[in-house]
Design a protein around this ligand. Structure first.
Ligand code: SF4
Ligand code: SF4
Length: 437
């Protein structure tokens, strides 16, 4: 089968400190959960309960407030014992409810009722997905309701793309999910295709995971929806929207087919869609890869939303030595955290702690003009030049806001990770882009 790859730049990203992709373990239920009112792109959800109130597992406790916001549910039963607020390292002010676990679980350990969905209209499916607070289970957690509202008008051809492109070893949690919940991901894809009236489903798999892709395709044959498998390269950032679209357009040309507009969603999001529609279950837990050189026993864990990351590290045997960096996400794009009480939220697919030897020293040095950053940029930008201009070391960009060239950067982080001088290239470029908007 042909393998489609984006044309230039990128890196083969390997990391021996990620957990094994063989299996997952279920994390301990947290005695205290911290449920943030922002687990999505936009503004905070409005809390519907107060200190002292009892909450049930899966109960709606935060109401989404317009675009970018999504409903929030209690991940465990218990009582709200206090509220907390904090400022994350990226300057976002968040607040949350602290729930002391008590009482009985309505879903955990019970055989859950299954609801038929095939007779539901697309708008009824979309309403369920929105009411149960389903967001993209990665990135900034874009609410699915917002994504759907931006779709092309009815009648135009388009394709649901199930993005299973493993170009970053820190996607281990998604990989394990694809194996352990294959049927749920495929049915979630079919549900989503019905909800948005997509003409077909494309399972986009990196070629090393071809066998799982073939199993997805075989499972999809149980449903009356056209589906195909497209194999991609595994060079990072193959899974980025721009690079994935490039290869799908290439596939379209080679196969003489028409995909139309593309709705691209990941497997964890589609499993959440399945649970929302088929089980009427909000996002109560998620798969998380916990690792890094500072962690004794890295592993992929199934974790309740609201579990504090310090508890996950403790469950993995604690730290070998003092970490130099702790972050949520992948080392390529992750957000550094300084407080081990920060909780796992809907988009938290990985959590890592690195020793200084893995971070490679945190003090930036002078550019040595090696050209590595230019060589890996998939867009063909000159990150060194942009960085120097933004930092004021050269005239040009600083006074003129964010010119088009900055908007071309999609923040893949390739330039920054290869820079031997440890210059924060993509961080500075992205920051300038956001400030200029
Ligand atoms: S972060 Fe931007 S400038 Fe750096 S490699 Fe990626 S696209 Fe290029
Ligand atoms: S990779 Fe770093 S050191 Fe090399 S040219 Fe780019 S900015 Fe300079």
């Amino acid at each position: 089968m042909r393998v489609y790859s984006f044309p230039r730049g990128g890196i083969f990203f390997e990391d021996s400190t990620v957990p094994s992709r063989n299996t997952s373990e279920t994390a301990f239920l947290p005695a205290l959960s911290v449920i943030p009112m922002i687990q999505h792109t936009g503004g905070r959800a409005r809390p519907l309960v107060s200190v002292g109130d009892a909450v049930r597992e899966g109960m709606l406790i935060g109401k989404g407030q317009g675009m970018g916001s999504a409903n929030i549910h209690a991940a465990v039963p218990g009582r709200v014992v206090r509220t907390v607020s904090w400022t994350s390292t990226d300057g976002l002010i968040n607040d949350g409810l602290v729930i002391h676990m008590e009482g009985s679980f309505e879903k955990l350990g019970k055989s859950e009722e299954v609801f038929p969905w095939t007779d539901l209209s697309p708008s009824a499916l979309q309403r369920l997905i929105s009411d149960l607070g389903i967001v993209e289970m990665e990135g900034t957690g874009r609410p699915i309701a917002d994504i759907l509202s931006a779709l092309p008008s009815a009648g135009e051809p388009y394709t649901l793309v199930v993005r299973c492109v493993f170009d970053d070893p820190w996607l281990a949690a998604d990989y394990v999910l694809c194996r352990e919940r294959l049927k749920a991901v495929v049915e979630g894809s079919v549900i989503m295709a019905h909800a948005v009236k997509a003409d077909r489903i494309v399972f986009a798999f990196s070629h090393r995971e071809k066998d799982i892709g073939s199993a997805f395709l075989a499972e999809a044959e149980n449903y009356n929806v056209p589906a195909s498998l497209v194999l991609t390269g595994s060079r990072y950032p193959q899974r980025n929207r721009r690079e994935l679209e490039l290869v799908l357009r290439n596939y379209e040309k080679k196969e003489e087919t028409e995909l139309g507009s593309l709705l691209i969603l990941g497997p964890a999001t589609l499993a959440a869609v399945h649970d929302a529609v088929k089980l009427k279950r909000p996002i109560l837990d998620r798969y998380v890869a916990v690792g890094g050189s500072a962690v004794k026993n890295p592993r992929v864990m199934k974790v309740r939303i609201g579990t504090r990351i310090g508890e996950l590290f403790a469950e993995c045997g604690g730290f070998i030595d003092k970490p130099a960096r702790i972050a949520i996400g992948s080392p390529l794009l992750g957000r550094t955290v300084t407080d081990l009480d920060e909780p796992v939220i809907k988009p938290s697919y990985a959590v890592f702690a690195m020793l200084d030897s893995q971070v490679g020293g945190s003090v930036p040095r002078n550019c040595i003009s090696c050209g590595e950053c230019r060589a890996v940029c998939p867009v063909g930008l000159d990150p060194e030049e942009l960085f120097k201009r933004i930092s004021g070391k050269k005239s040009g960009l600083k006074k003129s806001g964010a010119p088009d060239i900055l908007n071309e950067c999609h923040g893949c982080g390739c330039c920054e990770i290869v820079c031997p001088s440890r210059l924060p290239l993509s961080s500075v470029i992205l920051d300038a882009t956001v400030r200029g908007k």
